[in-house]
Design a binder for this molecule. Structure first.
Ligand SMILES: *Cc1c(COP(=O)(O)O)cnc(C)c1O
Length: 357
């Protein structure tokens, strides 16, 4: 059976380096806000191409603190795709702002930039694109709209580590951008972890304070902060794993090409990779008119498939009251037709290997 993740074989590849790192970690005995975290923050900022990276507890906190740092709160509106992952939307509610949904393009699954302007009001503060399944949103167009209307942009990069447009990486377009290192992400910790990237020194400093009780200097508290630190051990592990990310993304891309070949006789809608874009296939998502039958057949042939995601956020119980007068037919249609073939950084890259299964 080909499963959506293979943590054990990933660990095997990096076992020695991780073990050395952990021995060193215990020898040092520093567990919070130490040099491993600083080292990872430097490496990740450089990898993404931004001046600053600040580690936080997880991806949702990265989004929440980014909105906080921008001063987004009650009475403000944040534009977000209607097929976003629920966490992207929760971050908006957590700061007290209102999510305003814009339908996605049904082929890229990312926010349809031609539908953003009609949703902008006097209350709009932020556009929050979600780079779903590993493809970057149309950031040049989004940044142009944001500039024209004087809005902030917060990228949700939780599924797009290493994805790019003409070489510019996800997490380097918006004012402040959030990543998750949940274990199943393209770059995953051995537990919860997240980070923000930004070119703004002021925003980075604000996040540093917000994640640590609103304090930069111990016992001096300047704002109502939180405890949302990325711990030293996870940072140490991420620092090792970052070196392997490009290679694991390459394997995902190879596996994606093989899926296109293996299933070329299916009349599914396959993932798009527009000219100049680099997709990192956090998920390999197709749309099928016969999802139930296809899933049964694939299960029999040894592919463990999942559905990302079966319910659009506006139809989740938490939001049904708020959005009872709205419909988002494209998000609905996507939720009814999509499924994800299993894909990860340790996929066999040769077709024979699939056939051996
Ligand atoms: C995983 C994910 C998040 C949340 O990240 P956590 O680390 O689980 O809090 C947010 N947005 C998207 C698009 C995600 O895939």
């Amino acid at each position: 059976m080909i499963l959506p993740n293979d943590f054990k074989s990933e660990y095997k590849e990096i076992e020695q380096e991780i073990q050395l790192k952990i021995q060193d970690f215990f020898a040092k005995g520093r567990y919070i806000l130490g040099e491993e975290l600083q080292g990872f923050e430097q490496d990740f900022a450089k990898y993404i191409g931004q001046n600053n990276c600040v580690g936080v507890a997880n991806g949702l906190e990265g989004l929440f603190l980014s909105l906080k740092a921008l001063g987004v709160g009650e009475g403000d509106e944040v534009i977000v795709p209607s097929n976003a992952y629920i966490a992207s939307v929760l971050s908006i509610s957590q700061v007290g702002a209102t999510p305003v949904f814009v339908e996605p393009n049904p082929f890229t699954y990312n926010i349809d930039v031609s539908k953003i302007e009609e949703k902008i009001t006097k209350k709009t503060k932020v556009i929050l694109p979600v780079h779903l399944y590993g493809l970057v949103s149309d950031m040049p167009a989004i940044m142009e709209i944001a500039k024209r209307y004087n809005l902030f942009v917060v990228e949700d990069c939780a599924q797009a580590h290493g994805a790019s447009i003409n070489g510019q990486k996800a997490g380097s377009f918006g004012d402040i951008n959030a990543f998750s290192f949940y274990p199943t992400k393209n770059l995953g910790a051995y537990g919860d972890a997240g980070a923000i990237t930004t070119n703004s020194y002021d925003l980075a400093r604000k996040i540093q304070m917000l994640r640590n009780y609103g304090s930069e200097v111990r016992y001096q508290n300047e704002m109502i902060g939180y405890n949302s630190r990325l711990d030293e051990l996870q940072a140490a592990i991420l620092k090792v794993k970052l070196k392997f990310l490009d290679n694991w993304n390459l394997r995902r891309r190879e596996a994606a090409n093989e899926f296109r070949e293996i299933f070329s006789n299916k009349n599914w809608i396959f993932p798009m990779e527009p000219e100049g874009y680099k997709h990192v296939y956090h998920q390999f998502v197709v749309q099928s008119e016969n999802r139930e039958a296809d899933l049964l057949e694939l299960e029999k042939s040894g592919y463990k498939c999942l559905i990302h995601y079966p319910i659009p956020p506006y139809k989740s119980k938490v939001y049904t009251e708020m959005f009872k007068n709205y419909t988002f037919p494209i998000a609905d249609s996507i939720a009814n037709k999509v499924f994800s073939l299993p894909i990860h950084g340790k996929m066999w890259s040769k077709k024979q290997d699939y056939e051996k299964q």
